[in-house]
Design a protein. Structure first.
Length: 124
């Protein structure tokens, strides 16, 4: 968890939102150090992307990444910021500790209703 949070901290210090944090994008290098892989959805946040309506939020493509780990604001195609990665990190950490998939068995419609709109979260 520390290595992943350090990687996110580095990206966020450089104003980059990763947008696809999930277990499949976390791996190990040849020395056994934890690394993030697949930066295909990562985006540098600059002033041209700032939302005219919300301070410190950006108008980026929505519904980006893996639904199971996607923050509600991203799923709703609303403006978002670096905190979208923190939401995903929380779900990855929960999965690591619980050894369960978050929202397992939910259909896309269930996920939209209960998680995105209904604010359901995994129990601690």
């Amino acid at each position: 968890a520390f290595s992943v949070s350090s990687a996110l901290e580095y990206l966020h210090e450089h104003n980059i939102v990763y947008r696809d944090l999930k277990p499949d994008n976390i791996g190990f290098d040849i020395r056994g150090d934890v690394k993030l892989f697949d930066f295909g959805l990562a985006k540098e946040l600059d002033d041209s992307l700032k939302s005219p309506y919300l301070t410190d939020y950006y108008e980026l493509s929505g519904n980006t990444g893996s639904l199971r780990y996607m923050s509600p604001e991203v799923a709703l195609s609303e403006p978002y910021n670096l905190l979208a990665d923190i939401y995903s990190f929380g779900l990855v950490l929960w999965q690591t500790c619980s050894l369960e998939l978050p929202y397992e068995g939910m259909t896309r419609a269930d996920h939209a209703e209960y998680v995105v709109e209904g604010h359901e979260r995994p129990s601690l």
